[in-house]
Design a protein around this ligand. Sequence first.
Ligand SMILES: [Zn+2]
Length: 181
Amino acid sequence: MKTILFSLMLICTLVISCNSQNNTNNNMEEIKSPHYSNTDTNQVVVPNAEWKNLLSTEVYHVAREKGTERPYTSKFESSKEIGTYYCAVCGNPLFKSDTKFESGCGWPSFYQPLTKSSIIYTPDNTHGMKRTEVQCGRCHSHLGHVFNDGPLPTGLRYCINGVVLDFKKADEAKKRYDDKH
Ligand SMILES: [Zn+2]
């Protein structure tokens, strides 16, 4: 069974690399979770017992148990690719790459969410600190925290675990347009 799964993943990876300018990993995400969508704005309310079967151990730990990935381990931490970051659990659009900045804190950092419905905020007083937790506005998965030491224009730093992010590249036309404007 594991061998079959591994072969399937390998085939998916090959297909994605051959079509890198298109957003072709939708199918893979749909296999991962039936609740995944980049366009559906309906709230996703799913018990953790079901998420546990749908998500990888790493994603489940951060998203549903409020875990934290080790700093400097995310491939997105220093990535400068142009595109959109989605919730890896439900596909909700969260951040655009042009609001990403290098904070040096070890986790992917952004100064502004994509829309108001991207994020919800909850006070977090654990570990002897007063922090504000940020969760996905659609599936309420834990994403990270927001701090007041970010750059202008917002002055905010959304410090996000890369493991709960799903990145899709902007298409070539969009990139060319952005370069000229
Ligand atoms: Zn989500």
